[in-house]
Design a protein around this ligand. Structure first.
Ligand SMILES: C[S@@+](CC[C@H](N)C(=O)[O-])C[C@H]1O[C@@H](n2cnc3c(N)ncnc32)[C@H](O)[C@@H]1O
Length: 144
């Protein structure tokens, strides 16, 4: 957080808001259709089965993110944990309000063109792990 604040000051940025708490508490407080893009990058994997329910991606957070995204807005997810990638695909499919924007393997194996690599991603790549990049577009659900 200190590094982020220094970078904001050094670059004279005045369009950034920072929340240094659990992001799940912030989501319901924000206005509907106020975000163009949401990035969930390398969320904690919680690898033990009994801890999976602590994962950031779940039905509740997907419902919140869906409400926050403007029509056609996009959710980006990256992870180097294959089980979490499959978990996210299954939860997004079950939610029903997102279209997975992948036509072939390159779409999840390669980051999008304007991607900024994160510190965790660099660590994962150095350790020989393979990230997956998932990009979803908000669509209307039949029941909405
Ligand atoms: C594996 S690190 C990845 C950090 C960074 N996104 C990157 O790619 O370098 C996971 C981060 O998510 C944060 N985190 C976990 N649960 C969170 C939550 N509910 N709200 C906000 N941040 C959370 C942790 O504090 C940690 O910094």
């Amino acid at each position: 957080m200190a590094k982020l604040l220094s970078a904001i000051e050094d670059n004279n940025l005045d369009n950034i808001r920072v929340w240094d708490e659990d992001a799940r508490a912030l989501l319901p407080l924000m206005g509907a259709e106020t975000l163009a893009r949401v990035f969930v990058l390398y969320p904690d994997p919680w690898p033990k089965k009994r801890h999976h329910r602590r994962r950031f991606i779940n039905g509740r957070t997907l419902a919140d993110i869906h409400r926050l995204l403007e029509p056609g807005g996009e959710l980006f997810f990256a992870s180097d944990i294959p089980h979490y990638v499959a978990w996210t695909l299954a939860h997004v499919r079950d939610h029903g309000g997102f279209e997975w924007l992948a036509e072939g393997p390159a779409d999840w194996r390669e980051p999008p063109g304007d991607w900024f690599s994160t510190r965790y991603e660099q660590k994962a790549l150095k350790a020989g792990r393979t990230p997956a990049y998932l990009r979803f577009r908000k669509i209307r659900r039949a029941e909405d």
